[in-house]
Design a protein around this ligand. Sequence first.
Ligand SMILES: [Zn+2]
Length: 115
Amino acid sequence: MVDKEDLNYPSYAYIALARRGMEKISLDQCFLENCDNEDPKLLEPFKKEVFEKENKVIEKIQIKCKKCNRIFILKFETLKYVAKSTKNEEEKPLSMGLVHALDEDGKNLGHIGYF
Ligand SMILES: [Zn+2]
């Protein structure tokens, strides 16, 4: 059984713009070609996979779009920078996240932004 709480993902990603700072884009939309679904009620995350590599955590969330009846994947990649200094153990390691959209077969649909 899948725990629905585990399927939560950020609602927004940020795109860095050259001069205007960051633009916020909604992740509650279908990223597949020829689909304009932006209704979160028509998006159903149903599976999450987590991979850990030495310096990053990759979470893949499979989402079913009920408008075009296809599946796409949001891939969240979190890079972990562990502080080398041990002087300040209270300090949290910095992390940065990248979001990509993939189609059902894992084909990259593009880099969306940062989260
Ligand atoms: Zn769709």
